[in-house]
Structure formats: structure tokens, C-alpha cells
Design a protein. Structure first.
Length: 243
């Protein structure tokens, strides 16, 4: 009961910082992996043991040997410019994402978003003007009750002080889970499935997702954003699969 009240208070966007400080003192944050009290919910000791993508391609985020874009991006350049997806789709973070999405453990969004925010702060990429979470189709939103990308983006927004637009982009049809499909099927599955609800009035954006797999979803969303004037598009996700 107290925990859920605390959760609700912490989720309020304009809660006074003093109240938040008192709440933090009364209910200290614990690392979601080792359960020790830590300032953020995923301690540096645990994060140092998590598998990272080594030498990621700056554009698509997969493992790459050179300094430029990887071979795949050179052959067919994605519609986005940069990807920050620092961790590999391995346990324990893959399990935490699974718990967030399928066991509806929404409280995991904050520590996971903090871990990603800390990585973003360390990289010297230009700061976007707006965060845009990957939308769910209304039918999946109804089934799950929340959009994990919105939950992550909300906390990244408060960590990095960048505005978020939750409903600028709409998913206009329900798609099959990308995890079940081949690379070609993934592209076809998400083709033209996004549309903007209103004009985009900024030039640089970051698309926020939990996991990037083939990149087909964020590529399609980027194409739609480009059509409406986006000049620089980044993709921010916690995990990258070895695609
Ligand atoms: Zn820990
Ligand atoms: Zn690449």
C-alpha cells in the first residue's frame, strides 16, 4: 500500500523536489540486481558485470570492427543517424526487460532508464530536442496496460531534462511480434505502420525503445519522422540483440 503510494508520488511529473528528497530518504532505492541500497536502482558494480556491445557501429549499434559505419549500414544506410543501445540482449538485463513487459513490473522502468541515461551522459552525442517513444498499437496497449517505451522515455526525460512527446506518433495497425519473424518479414511487418498525429516542430529527436533487434521498427519510424522534417534522428534503447 505504502509502496504503491510512493510509486504514484514518484511518477507525478511536477512533484516538488523537496518532497521527492524526503521520500528518497524514507524509502531508499535498491539495486534491482543485487538489492543493495544505491543512489540509482542499478548499481555500478552490477552494471560493470553486464555484457556490453563491444565497439558498436555508431549508426545501428551492432558490434563493428572499424571506426565508421558497419558493412550493413554502408550497404543500406538506416533512416536514423546514431544508435545508443549499450547492453547486449543477455541476462540479467534481458530478464528485467521481460519482467517489465510481460510480468508488468513497471517499477523496473526507472532503474533501467537511469542506467541508460548514465551511458548517454558519458557519450558525446548531440542532445536531441525531443524524446519520442516507439508507440504500441492501441490493442496491445489495452492488453498490456502500459507502453514500456513510454515508461523508459519518461524517466530518461527527467534524468536528462529533455521533453517527451508520448503520442506524437501513432501505430496505425497491429503488427505481429518482431521476435517471431525473419529479417525480410520484419521489414514488411512494420512497413508504413507509423503516422504522425500533428506536425513535428523540432529538428532533432531521439526514438526511445526497450530493445533494438533488426532495427526495422525504428527505421520505419525514422522514415516517417524524416518525411515530416526531422533532420537528426537518434535511437536510444537499453538492449541490442546480436543481429
Ligand atoms: Zn547491484
Ligand atoms: Zn551499422
Amino acid at each position: 500500500m505504502v509502496g504503491s503510494l510512493y510509486g504514484q508520488l514518484k511518477r507525478m511529473p511536477r512533484i516538488d523536489r523537496c518532497v521527492k528528497t524526503v521520500l528518497d530518504a524514507l524509502y531508499p532505492t535498491k539495486c534491482v540486481l543485487c538489492h543493495r541500497i544505491d543512489r540509482i536502482g542499478l548499481c555500478t558494480d552490477c552494471l560493470s558485470t553486464v555484457d556490453r556491445v563491444e565497439q558498436p557501429c555508431f549508426q545501428c549499434g551492432t558490434r563493428c570492427t572499424g571506426a565508421g559505419p558497419c558493412g550493413r549500414c554502408q550497404v543500406r544506410s538506416p533512416a536514423y543517424d546514431f544508435t545508443i543501445a549499450p547492453f547486449r540482449y543477455h541476462p540479467p538485463l534481458a530478464i528485467k526487460i521481460h519482467q517489465l513487459k510481460y510480468q508488468r513490473k513497471v517499477a523496473l522502468a526507472r532503474p533501467l532508464a537511469q542506467a541508460l541515461s548514465r551511458e548517454i551522459k558519458q557519450l558525446n552525442y548531440p542532445r536531441p530536442q525531443l524524446l519520442i517513444p516507439v508507440p504500441l498499437h492501441w490493442s496491445r496497449l489495452l492488453w498490456r496496460g502500459f507502453n514500456q517505451s513510454v515508461e523508459l522515455a519518461r524517466h530518461i526525460s527527467s534524468e536528462l531534462d529533455i521533453p517527451i512527446s508520448r503520442n506524437l506518433v501513432r501505430r496505425n495497425r497491429s503488427t505481429i511480434s518482431q521476435a517471431l519473424l525473419s529479417s525480410r518479414q520484419r521489414k514488411r511487418n512494420v512497413s508504413n505502420c507509423f503516422e504522425l498525429r500533428r506536425p513535428l516542430n523540432v529538428a532533432s529527436v531521439a526514438i526511445v525503445d526497450d530493445v533494438v533487434t533488426s532495427g526495422a521498427t525504428v527505421d520505419q519510424m525514422s522514415r516517417e519522422l524524416r518525411k515530416h522534417g526531422a533532420v537528426q534522428i537518434q535511437v536510444w534503447a537499453l538492449l541490442r540483440t546480436e543481429y
